[in-house]
Design a binder for this molecule. Sequence first.
Ligand code: ZN
Length: 408
Amino acid sequence: MPTCRFCATHLQDIVADLGTSPLSNAYIPPDKAAAMEPFFPLVVWFCRECGLVQLEEFATPGEIFSQYDYFSSYSDSWLRHARDYARLMTSRYGIGQNSQVVEVASNDGYLLQYFIEQGVKALGIEPAANVADAARARGVPTETAFFGKATAEDLVRRGFAADLALGNNVLAHVPDINDFVAGFAALLKPTGIMTVEFPHLLNLVKGLQFDTIYHEHFSYLSLHTVQRIFRTHGLTVFDVQELPTHGGSLRVFACPEQAGRNMEKTGEALLQRERDAGLDTFAGFASFAGAVEELKYGFLEFLIRAKRTGKHVAAYGAAAKGNTLLNYAGVRRDLVSMVADRSPAKQGKFLPGSRIPVVSPEELLAARPDYVLILPWNLREEVMEQLAAVREWGGRFVTAVPRVEEWA
Ligand SMILES: [Zn+2]
């Protein structure tokens, strides 16, 4: 029986079993098309003791992150989000030219560039070597490392103790969540603050966002579980913001316990909403698995009907979400001919598992599909704007989560 990655309790309750699928970021280059592809079980568990919803550990982070093709700078809405964050932290928390900012999992430097612009000292920590190279190339100081307590203590010894430490969309992606949070506690100055962002478990459950479940995403976090994990490592959660990113995320603010801050009212209200939804017990998850199965049947019905009536379905957005949906539903090229993506790093490759070819948006438009299935449903409006030309031949936009919907 697996054990909880935070509190080591034996896990007994399954939230969802999505079968087996390849690692969602393991895009296949043409020269590997004839090679075998490893599939891993994708099962989500609930911990009765601490409430952490999580995957069982199955592969080393080295396998997962050594070549990571997701360069966040390709999304306009992400860049806006990053710029707004930098402004908030400088105006509300006085982060300025004498401050040290450290971002964990800093990607290609898309966020830190907005601090550097204002003369703030910034350092990125990024585990994927090719992504860290891209950050340095744009002038963002970046170290190639996995973050944890040892890395943090080394940074402090070298003069990088942080006034602001942050990690966006990484807390949920670390296998050893205890070592990771201990790292933040070690990195912060006594007066320092930290923020982390992660997709909110409440939205996963309410919006049936099962496609945010994939192997690189180890933990599915609620505020009450994060608060408990942080407290264990001497960190106090003092505020929280709800964000629209990734279908509904939380930005949690925390500081060393000795700073003596208390939780703001907004945080208390959110904790109550989580209890109301039953997230602190298994009750909140009891109907999830059945609803996910229904979603799959509806999605397949749509694709088969399109196929039988001679309609051409192409997809947009070669990201983890889409791979979970396509592999869970067993979709292959006969039902979805291609997937377009703006990232040149993915074009010319094949989606893991489904082996659907990744093309440029121009190639998708040239194929004049009847339906464009938008896989990253959270970016629907942005994608519909980019691909407005689809309407010229009467093409329609479709999303599949939480159910198949067509958009004019
Ligand atoms: Zn636990």
